[in-house]
Ligand binder design. Structure first.
Ligand SMILES: NC(=O)c1ccc[n+]([C@@H]2O[C@H](COP(=O)([O-])OP(=O)(O)OC[C@H]3O[C@@H](n4cnc5c(N)ncnc54)[C@H](OP(=O)(O)O)[C@@H]3O)[C@@H](O)[C@H]2O)c1
Length: 237
């Protein structure tokens, strides 16, 4: 039987490429998107394939996460990729200082924390049974080196704080889900060309996701709780 991956935020960027590559490899893909108006590629190209199903999900709506888990109660999920994420205002490229000291917009900080750290926790709580009954049993959060507290120096309060909080969430989940045999990790994909990564990013989308998928495939339960940069460098929290 083929393996199943679930990907949040699969309508563009890394999420869409995960959906494409897993589908091309013959996996069953459960892909979520929040807005049909910007999900054309997913809905028109991919969701026409037998092994891809698309579901509408705004991960900031926690009742909707629980409802989708209920709708998919008969599914088995080998790999859950918690990918949907927000960067928040960009102080460099767009001179938007709303996550910089002295100019913080707390509504934005709360929204970024909600989507980047709390929504993955809600996803883990809601989909734990689907994952636990699978063969591979992996919950992978798309984190960032920007969430490393030991490397952090200044600025980007919303994004950095949210990814640090996400790393704490995955670390705690690794303990709480160990007896179910579920491997939980935070992985930084590297700096990849997407809308979030921007045009000057170092990595091209296709090879970056190929490497990331290779890393996910090699993960073992002994590595649960780790913070790793694709294709395999351990990161300090
Ligand atoms: N690209 C990089 O260099 C890089 C580096 C480190 C970590 N990451 C992480 O990798 C993940 C994907 O990044 P990306 O580069 O692909 O970003 P992106 O191009 O900005 O795409 C973000 C995706 O998340 C979705 N999303 C945002 N808020 C959502 C919500 N409330 N509900 C559902 N979906 C939501 C977006 O949907 P809409 O289209 O509807 O907005 C979009 O599909 C993020 O968690 C990011 O932090 C990326």
């Amino acid at each position: 039987m083929s393996s199943t991956v679930m990907v949040t935020g699969a309508n563009r960027g890394l999420g869409l490429e995960f959906a494409r590559q897993y589908a091309a490899d013959g996996w069953r893909v459960l892909a979520t998107y929040r807005n049909p108006a910007v999900a054309g590629e997913l809905l028109e190209e991919l969701a026409g394939q037998d092994n891809v199903q698309a579901y509408r999900l705004d991960v900031s709506d926690f009742d909707a996460i629980a409802a989708l888990a209920e709708e998919l109660q008969d599914e088995t999920i080998d790999v859950f990729l918690s990918n949907a994420g927000l960067f928040g205002p960009k102080p460099g490229a767009e001179s938007d200082l709303r996550q910089s000291f002295g100019h913080i917009d707390y509504g934005i900080v709360r929204e970024v924390l909600n989507v980047n750290a709390l929504a993955p926790l809600k996803c883990a709580e809601s989909f734990v049974e689907h994952i636990a009954r699978s063969e591979q049993r992996k919950f992978v959060a798309l984190s960032s080196i920007e969430g490393s507290i030991s490397r952090a120096q200044r600025d980007l309060y919303a994004y950095r704080t949210s990814k640090a909080a996400l790393n704490m969430v995955t670390r705690l989940l690794s303990g709480d889900l160990a007896d179910r045999g579920i491997t939980v990790v935070s992985i930084c994909p590297g700096w990849v060309k997407t809308r979030m990564g921007g045009e000057f990013a170092k990595l091209e989308l296709t090879p970056a996701i190929r490497d990331f998928r290779g890393l996910v495939a090699r993960l073992t339960l002994e590595e649960s709780g780790r913070f790793i940069e694709s294709p395999g460098n351990p990161l300090a929290y």
